[in-house]
Design a protein around this ligand. Structure first.
Ligand code: SF4
Length: 307
């Protein structure tokens, strides 16, 4: 009788597959993955690696980005219903209407968006490079920032540029309030506060560091502090504790940790992962014409210097 882990590892070899897992996935999924990280980093890895099969443990827009950046590879998303409340807030149709009203504007789209929305965009960005992407656009050009108004507000504050903000937000990060940070600081006065830029402006203003999930580990590495308050989806605590066992990490909302859980990020189980490898489904495909346009927006972003 084989364990699920053994079965997955066996199937993975047989299929020549690689398992990628987002930082917010449950610990057992992160542990069995070959690579863990943030959404775009994983998609770039997917394109770079030799394996013909990619099992993406994350949400749909991430698997789509992998399929766009790695055409010719088979991308599996073990649970097709893993969506994203933020990505759902922008549609290609609504974005086309907005573009018609402002034909001169440059559309900057956060990667947490559907392939169709990326295809309507000039350039993509991540939470880690959004400031640099906006700075790369000539001052005189108007910018429409899609779909996260909080990330857009943060970029506005950092660059001094006025952006036209799409009215979307991540339900998990948008639920964090300034009072949560104040309370957490009172409880852990020695701790530094790391906040994801998808949080509200009144929350990012209280942070010691505003970091993408990838940036949080760097922030910890560069700091001498022993304790940190982490204002993002609770799954991020696992890779932080694993990478920095000598430090202490507190979730921002200790009284009601459920608030900091993204249900879509907790759907995939080891059994789903095993079944996906066994049946080689569900496969994520993107219409080739949409994929080509979305890839152009992603590649323009990848060409922007990091600093
Ligand atoms: S945490 Fe927010 S942005 Fe990330 S997948 Fe969940 S709803 Fe989308």
């Amino acid at each position: 009788m084989h364990t699920l882990t053994e079965e997955i590892n066996h199937l993975k070899k047989e299929r020549r597959a690689i398992i990628l897992a987002h930082n917010y996935e449950p610990p057992e999924i992160q542990d069995i993955a070959d690579i863990t990280g943030d959404s775009l980093g994983l998609s770039v890895d997917a394109a770079r690696l030799d394996q013909p099969v990619i099992v993406f443990c994350g949400v749909r827009f991430m698997a789509e980005s992998a399929a766009i950046l790695a055409p010719g590879k088979t991308v599996l998303l073990p649970r097709l219903e893993c969506g994203c409340g933020l990505a759902d807030m922008a549609t290609a149709h609504a974005l086309r209407s907005m573009r018609r009203e402002r034909p001169e504007a440059v559309v900057v789209t956060y990667v947490n968006s559907s392939a169709e929305v990326k295809a309507e965009s000039d350039i993509c960005c991540t939470s880690g490079n959004a400031v640099n992407v906006v700075r790369s656009i000539p001052e005189k050009r108007e910018i429409i920032f899609v779909p996260d108004r909080n990330l857009g507000a943060y970029v506005q504050a950092q660059t001094g540029r006025r952006l036209i903000l799409w009215n979307g937000a991540c339900p998990v990060h948008d639920a964090i309030r300034a009072a949560d940070i104040i309370k957490a600081r009172e409880k852990h006065p020695e701790a530094l506060v790391m906040v994801h830029p998808e949080c509200r402006p009144e929350v990012t203003q209280l942070a010691d560091g505003v970091c993408s999930t990838g940036g949080m580990s760097d922030f910890v590495r560069q700091s001498h502090a022993q304790e940190f308050i982490v204002a993002t989806e609770e799954g991020m605590l696992y890779p932080l504790r694993k990478a920095h066992p000598e430090r202490i990490f507190h979730p921002v909302s200790q009284d009601s940790p459920q608030r900091m859980i993204c249900p879509d990020m907790k759907m995939i189980t080891l059994k789903d992962l095993r079944d996906a490898l066994k049946k080689m489904e569900p496969v994520i495909t993107v219409n080739p014409e949409i994929a080509d346009r979305a890839r152009s927006a992603l590649e323009r972003m990848l060409a922007v210097p990091r600093n």
